[in-house]
Design a protein around this ligand. Structure first.
Ligand code: GAF
Length: 393
């Protein structure tokens, strides 16, 4: 059975109750939410200025709160983590100077977004955070928190930027306050996601093309491996550097500008690891464009084949998969009615995404459960809307 998750309105009800418990005062005035994402194809291509094809999820982070007098900020999270305090209080720097990261770590996303908000000075506020995006599960819980906080600040004091600059500010927050040199995909789709559509994002021009994905005969199944290997953080930066190195050997600004012919011609001038990283990126960018075309035509078999090729390339050339993700993909691919399956997100744990015929959902879940050596969690999802303010009744 797929896991049921709290709807946006259930999360808001819970967050309002929690706000009362924490701050013990009148009801909050503002509520917003921002979604997590699943990437259908185009992995580790965003920081190479390539294409990605994610969709926003019905799993969201909700922020509810009110403006507060002065420069004081108080934020509490409904997520329990025994190691970290669930409430943080700090003062906004009056002179607009930096708001450095510190402890608890979850509050760094809030501080980072305040620092990069495009209409300073940010006023004081009280808020609580509540989320249905699994933490550290590769579905962009951090981007959804950043974008939710930014959307909350917009309700207190409108900014002067457009949606793309909002996504870029949230990406900056991740760089400076979480220390992750991520690409733009997660924040972009959390801001601009569209119900019933995947987004083909050109990570160079930052233009997005919505591709309809609302076929009642099709299911998008996310399987959480429920493992996260410690390599995830450090290896991400290593991969980024290897791609930059490959681009520089090829004499290109980024791997987006390179072809397989360029790479083969330069092969003797780079080591094998650099070659394999670059090959993944160049071929994955091409696969993503082909997959978007296939999706437009409803050619799910073709799409599924590209998903599996993407997974194999992430496993063998980019080396960001792991035993658990490989197990989940190969279990899914044995079931009749499954079009394709692959790891999604940064890798080294987290989730897989599987595209299948709706009638095959029960058999697929059962088969994966039987074959997987760990304990998976399943989410049946649909492409959902990006960040938005919510009405409080
Ligand atoms: C993580 C990053 F945050 C994204 O920018 C992207 O690079 C992804 O890994 C891999 O495709 O989610």
């Amino acid at each position: 059975m797929a896991t049921s998750f709290q709807s946006v309105s259930e999360l808001v009800v819970a967050a309002r109750r929690f706000y009362g418990q924490v701050f013990g005062e009148e009801a909050p005035l503002v509520a917003v939410c921002a979604p997590g994402r699943v990437n259908l194809i185009g992995e580790h291509t965003d920081y190479n200025q390539g294409f990605v094809l994610p969709m926003a999820l019905p799993l969201v982070t909700v922020v509810v709160g009110s403006p507060a007098a002065g420069q004081d900020v108080s934020v509490a999270t409904a997520t329990e983590d025994a190691d970290e305090p669930r409430r943080v209080d700090f003062r906004l720097p009056a002179d607009g100077s930096a708001l450095p990261p510190g402890s608890p770590s979850w509050a760094n996303y809030v501080k980072g977004v305040i620092q990069h908000y495009r209409a300073p000075p940010v006023p004081g506020f009280k808020a609580v955070i509540s989320s249905s995006v699994p933490l550290g599960g590769g579905l962009s819980s951090s981007a959804s928190l950043e974008v939710a906080v930014y959307t909350f600040l917009q309700q207190l004091q409108p900014d002067d930027g457009d949606t793309v600059s909002k996504a870029l500010a949230c990406q900056q927050a991740e760089h400076t306050h979480a220390g992750v040199p991520c690409g733009i995909m997660d924040q972009f789709v959390s801001v601009l996601g569209r119900e019933g559509h995947a987004l083909l994002i050109d990570c160079r021009s930052l233009e997005a093309t919505p591709i309809p994905l609302a076929d009642p005969h099709l299911v998008i199944l996310i399987t959480n491996s429920n493992v996260k290997h410690s390599l995830a953080g450090s290896e991400y930066s290593v991969r980024r550097r290897q791609c930059e190195e490959a681009a520089s050997i090829l004499g290109k600004d980024s791997l987006r500008d390179a072809t397989m012919k360029d790479l083969e011609e330069a092969r003797s001038r780079m080591d094998d690891v650099t070659y394999r990283r670059a090959r993944h990126v160049i071929e994955e960018i091409e696969r993503t464009v082909q997959a978007a075309e296939a999706l437009k035509r409803g050619a799910y078999k073709e799409f599924g084949k590209l998903m599996v090729e993407s997974h194999n390339s992430l496993r063998d050339l980019y080396e960001v998969s792991c035993r658990e993700l490989d197990e989940l993909v190969s279990a899914a691919m044995k079931v009749d009615g499954v079009f394709g399956s692959r790891m999604t997100g940064g890798g080294f744990g987290g989730c897989t995404v599987t595209l299948l015929q709706a009638h095959a959902i029960d058999t697929t879940i059962l088969h994966i459960q039987e074959q997987y050596s760990g304990t998976p969690t399943f989410y049946v999802t649909t492409p959902s809307e990006g960040a938005r303010p919510l009405t409080l009744s």
